[in-house]
Design a protein around this ligand. Sequence first.
Ligand code: RI2
Length: 296
Amino acid sequence: MKIRGAGRIARAAVKALEDYGDSLEVSGGRDFVERVREAGEYLKGARPTAVSLPNAINYVVLNLEKEAKGVEDVASLKAALKKYCESFVERSESAVEKIGLLGARLIEDGDTILTHCNSEAAISVILTAHRQQKNIKVFCTETRPKGQGYLTSSKLAKNGVDVTLIVDSAVNFFIKKVDQVVVGADAIYVNGAVVNKIGTSQVALVANQAKSRFMVAAESYKIAPKTFVGELIPIEERSPEEVVSGEWAQENKEVKIRNPSFDVTPPKYIDSIVTEVGIFPPEGIILLYRETYGLS
Ligand code: RI2
């Protein structure tokens, strides 16, 4: 949790892979690729829900494997690894900028926005709209238990946005003032369902009831290809100590504590998924999947 946000996690993982590859002392190309592949598998286990992580590692490793065919010179493979890691990071950073520009088109002057957790992509949409002189107000949920809403509200306020921090349970109280919810994603199902920080689906339900629009801002590499064949995305469950203090847990040993980090928002509660390659209704994500993975 030192690195937060699905995009940042993916970039940190490929940077780690690049450093690891650079430090490897191996005799031949095949050995190099094998060790990088193993390290990639290890990194994938760090955060199970953010599909950006395996997608980023796969992008680098598959490209390295293609380039490595018949090449035994380790120095040129190290250079190839660096090239693919850097190209992923560049693509990821430019995606956040493009999402900001596309998403801001859906924000109207005078809109009140609500955001949950701390998403680079969602913040990019909000800050782009603000820089375009759209007069917006933003509610940020606190986002228990880790409190990422403090990061988001602080960043927006420092950039001159009119921000109000609220507790998570106050969403229904304020929703009538909200024109549009803007959140990020850790993973996207091929059917357009979105996995994001715990509480997102409650916000979506409340927004749907109040007829507020619901936008997801997410890079295309957050689509989980395995969901095309019916696999579910695992939901990371984190330590109870994020929820209560150790002292309280000791005094109340009979109380069970659960701490799932993410939940799934069904497509019917989502109006738009803004990616760097375009704005899709959730039902349209299958087209982006086909384009990316080449299925006919
Ligand atoms: P970006 C975060 O997960 C939040 O759920 C956030 O909405 C999502 O990743 C996407 O964030 P965590 O790492 O990739 O805080 O848009 O568990 O930054």
